[in-house]
Design a binder for this molecule. Structure first.
Ligand SMILES: *[C@@H]1O[C@H](CO)[C@@H](O)[C@H](O)[C@H]1NC(C)=O
Length: 151
């Protein structure tokens, strides 16, 4: 009897599922203000419940940009990221890319892709978005206008 129970236990024993993959984000990105930019995120496709993007600006708490339930592939943009209409997410099997259209200076930040599995959230290494152009052009334009108005 005990032997049968033992065999049944061995046959049906499964080690508790463990997360074995990682969230992969590649490099940093520098673009001109006004350009579109896409951040790529790869995740273990059969292990994720939910994938997410966060925006982290220095000295501020992370902002929740977007999320997608892996199996349904329905995605949601949150709060101001929905309102601007400049943020787009593209969920697929094993990837969750974030696009920002017509970048503005305040988009410069670190963007983290994250995935949840068994109620634990795993983060990617983060992608820094560096924007070039606006401040210089804007400053020059202002000083030119000032010179014209106040010779
Ligand atoms: C996300 O970007 C990567 C790299 O360009 C691409 O291979 C992948 O297919 C993209 N994912 C989707 C869902 O478009």
């Amino acid at each position: 009897m005990n032997v049968i129970l033992f065999i049944v236990c061995v046959l049906f024993y499964k080690p508790s599922m463990q997360y074995s993959g990682s969230i992969l984000q590649i490099g940093d990105v520098t673009v001109e203000v006004g350009d579109d930019v896409t951040f790529h995120c790869f995740h273990p496709k059969d292990q994720m419940n939910r994938v997410m993007w966060f925006k982290q600006t220095l000295g501020e708490k992370p902002a929740f940009v977007a999320s997608s339930y892996h199996w349904s592939q329905d995605s949601v943009l949150h709060d101001e990221f929905e309102k601007t209409k400049r943020f787009k997410v593209n969920p697929g099997l094993g990837s969750f890319n974030l696009t920002i259209e017509r970048t503005v200076q305040s988009d410069s930040a670190t963007y983290y892709c994250a995935g949840s599995f068994s109620n634990i959230v795993y983060f990617g290494a983060g992608t820094n978005l560096v924007l070039r152009g606006e401040r210089l052009t804007f400053g020059l334009t202002l000083s030119v206008i000032n010179h014209i108005l106040q010779p």
